[in-house]
Design a binder for this molecule. Structure first.
Ligand code: GDP
Ligand code: IMO
Ligand code: MG
Length: 423
């Protein structure tokens, strides 16, 4: 068997959580491969909304195993809060969740370092979620990190202390005012560690290898989006992990030849939260409408998301990097009522018209070239069959399929599990 991947193709928040939940009934194992609690994956079913940060989005199904892979960074405090919420809803998570021993831990001082670094950057800040993601991945590549498996060793608290002391010195180095009470943060952290230890820690690459050998089906769930990838995103305004397909091989220990389908998920328009370039960003009424109708507020930080038209130059790039085999278009319902729909098909770049993503897409270098299509009026939110979709939306879909050369297999018309149209 092969591992299928589900990845965001834009700047995150494409609707990955919803689609993983929709697809989970086809899989035995759902595995998160990177990122951490910077992610906020929203699921809606039976009139209830759930937001997951570290826990894979298959957790509400009875039969699937949900694995937190080695590429993920875990904040035990946030993880415990997620577990508490699941318990309130009667979800038996202990039998369904597994954590890789090789996943790294986010310490309270990682969060403080994130805040210190962002404050020190001032106007040039990344707009990080302040969850300690960057500092934790820095300790991973710097070979200083503490991993889940270390919690099974006797001396881990000594290592913790040494690292936390070093972090405190580093916070001082940033020379900014950061208020904190480390004793309080640590009390919460150590309590959460005990809860984390109630979840089975496993050698996850071995587990996945054996699962594939015994014909189990696996879906790897990405976090963030391709344009936030540490290598291929809009650096330095990116996250600190590989959010693209290769990140799944690294973040789970799956050989490249074992990857099956790559599901690429995108919104019918574009959003971005945090700093960084965004060529098709709108500052007018259209952008305001997208934000209002699409409820574009971050699931993790509550920040308003910036909105703009679909950027096909960036989307094509993401499809290439990931080897996308099937596309899923989300939030088509949000565009109902727009008279004209614009799609960016090229950039004006240094006096030339180009159709690839250049090294730098800052506003001063790049301006979008748009193609206009007819909009549709119909409310899509009650539709559940492809035949019901309005003609103009079908034209939009066909246009995108032709430009990208990849079929759009799902059109999402609302946040609920049921508001999903298969084509
Ligand atoms: P993720 O991080 O990729 O899982 O996406 P988020 O959960 O952060 O953001 C997607 C938001 O859009 C959530 O509030 C979802 O409930 C919502 N959503 C998902 N699909 C649709 C859709 O087709 N239409 C509308 N209107 N909302 C959607
Ligand atoms: P999901 O999985 C949208 C953005 C932050 C910031 C940058 C770096 O829900 O799609 P970080 O905290 O990772 O150091 O922040 O990345 N970012 C996201 N934007 N969705 C996400 O996750 C994000 N995770 C991080 O806003 O610009
Ligand atoms: Mg999100």
């Amino acid at each position: 068997m092969a591992v299928d991947l589900l990845l965001g193709l834009q700047w995150g928040d494409e609707g990955k959580g919803k689609i993983v939940d929709v697809l989970t009934s086809n899989y035995n194992i759902i595995a998160r491969f990177q990122g951490g609690p910077n992610a906020g994956h929203t699921l809606v079913f039976n009139g209830q909304k759930h937001v997951l940060h570290t826990i894979p989005s298959g957790i509400f199904h009875d039969d699937a195993v949900n694995l937190v892979g080695n590429g993920v960074v875990i904040d035990p405090v946030i993880f415990k809060k997620e577990l508490d919420k699941l318990a309130e809803q009667g979800v038996d998570y202990v039998s369904k969740l597994k954590i890789s021993r090789k996943a790294h831990l986010i310490l309270p001082t990682h969060r403080l370092l994130d805040a210190a670094s962002e404050t020190a950057k001032g106007k040039a800040k990344i707009g990080s979620t302040l969850k300690g993601i960057g500092p934790t991945y820095m300790d991973k590549t710097g070979r200083n990190g503490i991993r889940v498996g270390d919690l099974e060793l006797d001396d881990w608290k000594i290592r913790y202390r040494n690292l936390a002391n070093k972090h405190e010195a580093m916070i001082g180095f940033h020379n900014v005012e950061i208020q904190y009470d480390l004793d309080e943060l640590e009390a919460e952290f150590f309590e959460a560690i005990e809860v984390l230890k109630t979840i089975p820690f496993i050698d996850s690459e071995e587990y996945i290898f054996n699962a594939l050998e015994s014909e189990k089906t696996i879906l790897a769930e990405g976090a963030q989006g391709s344009l936030l990838d540490i290598d291929f995103g809009t650096y330095p305004y990116v996250t600190s992990s590989n959010t693209t397909a290769a990140g799944a091989c690294i973040g789970l220990g799956v050989a490249p030849g074992k990857i099956g389908d790559v599901f690429g998920i995108f919104k019918a328009y574009t959003t971005r939260v945090g700093s960084g370039p965004f060529p098709t960003e709108l500052f007018d009424k259209d952008g305001e409408t997208m934000g209002r109708v699409g409820h574009e507020f971050g699931a993790t930080t509550g920040r308003a998301r910036r909105c703009g038209w679909l950027d096909l130059v960036a989307l094509k790039y993401a499809c290439q990097i990931n080897g996308v085999t099937q596309l899923m278009m989300m939030k088509a319902d949000v565009l109902s009522g727009f008279k004209r729909i614009k799609v960016c098909t090229a950039y004006q770049y240094k006096g030339e018209t180009i159709s690839h993503l250049p090294f730098n897409i800052e506003e001063k270098n790049v301006s979008p070239v748009y193609t206009e299509l007819k909009g549709w009026k119909a409310d899509l939110t009650g539709m559940n069959k492809a035949e019901e979709l309005p003609e103009e939306l079908n034209e939009y879909i066909h246009f995108l399929e032709k430009e990208l050369g990849i079929p759009i297999k799902i059109v999402s018309v609302g946040p609920d599990r049921e508001q999903t149209i298969f084509r």
